[in-house]
Design a protein around this ligand. Sequence first.
Ligand SMILES: [Zn+2]
Length: 214
Amino acid sequence: MIVAGELRGGRSFHARKVTFARLTRENVTPPLWKSARVGYLSYVPPETVEVRRSTRRRRTVSAYRDGDKTIVLLPAGLSTTDEEQWVRRMLERLNAKEQRRRPSDDDLLGRATELATRHLDGKAMPTSVRWVENQRHRWGSCTPDHGTIRLSTRLRGMPAWVVDYVIMHELVHLLVPSHGPRFWELVERYPRAERARGFLEGFSMGSSGASEEW
Ligand SMILES: [Zn+2]
């Protein structure tokens, strides 16, 4: 997804040598992290924001997600203050767009029901699937007794097939609580299980370095 913005006014930029800054929460030391200078990073806490400047770019600003990174493209010559404002604005726009695109809880329940029907012979029917904000170390969780599934909002904006994999994982937990051979045998019925695990592992490595619990 790409969002774009226009710089207002007929500003002119002088060219200067361009480098791009790579800032992550990990390589920014705490005092700097707290400063206003990199305050915008708090909009996407575990993600890497890459600011790229281009001399060819004159008036347009754009931003997009590239895997677990967010790339913000800016014209060379934009002042540091302007850069910060634009990065902040573009991250807000991306987030707003993803919020709109984010499937509702009802959509998630529909998808879960479809996955259960297609891959689990309709045996694991959830009663609710909803987004939760407070799962920092888990992508999903469930309560088998109630048939409820919860997904971390950190999954939003990820490809649908990755979100579906997490739903599938939790659906199987409704039938099999532990991660034994029977559990994985059922999970593997989801055709892109292996790829989705790779995607999520790469995301975890790139963001926090912490392994995910399920
Ligand atoms: Zn699990």
